[in-house]
Ligand binder design. Sequence first.
Ligand code: URA
Length: 267
Amino acid sequence: MEVRLQKVIADAGLASRRKAEAMIAQGRVCVNGRIVRELGTRVDPLKDHVKVDGRHLKPVPPQVFLLLNKPKGYLSSLSDPAGRPTISDLLGGVGLRVFPVGRLDFDSEGLMLLTNQGELAQALLHPRYHVPKTYLIKVKGILSDEEITSLERGVVLRDGRTGPAMVKKVRKATENSWLEITIYEGRKHQVKRMLEAVGHPVLKLTRVRFGPLALGDLAPGEYRYLTNREANALRAVLKRVESQAGLASPPSRLTPHASRAALRRGA
Ligand code: URA
């Protein structure tokens, strides 16, 4: 993936972006053996050889954040020993190894965040952060107001009572209900089990929001890179919660290996 030369220099910890721009303009930066003075120059930090004042920059992989609309019939993991379709089949063209943040069932669809930032992803999945996830669901039958209230207050599942949730009726139908449910936990099959507990099985489930990210009109099977604003919003979520809790960034104490292992476990 190509990024601006001044960002590569800044990401390597050599200088601020502004100072990196000055270094480029002063002719102190070489790309693949040639002095480069144009500020708009883009390079691939993993392939191109960048030197500043004659010294090679250690390549730092760029941060990658992707938003995928997982269709039904795909596993939300990167591989499957049984050979079923996985989200890897949809990620052609992504040069770096990215990991899914959390999971969606085989028959669920919607927003999946993928990133090479193991620690950030691990933190977003941590129950402590209560990152909201919103699902648009079609369920069998019509829910009464009492049933909606009990979903919002918490229902008892085999792994304990669920935390508070928010439920909104979105569409009227005669035999089924369309709802939006927001939960702040990430237990396996949680939404389906919650609706099962009140006697209304889920017929269709689409994740439409994850923290500050929204699926929007991204078509099923398509992915896009997060905008800088979205990536910053994700980082801000973590900063806010860490400072509220007075935590010294606990997930960053995980080694990259531990972060990746936690990601593979999903949440
Ligand atoms: N809850 C579920 O039951 N299934 C999903 O895929 C996501 C949330």
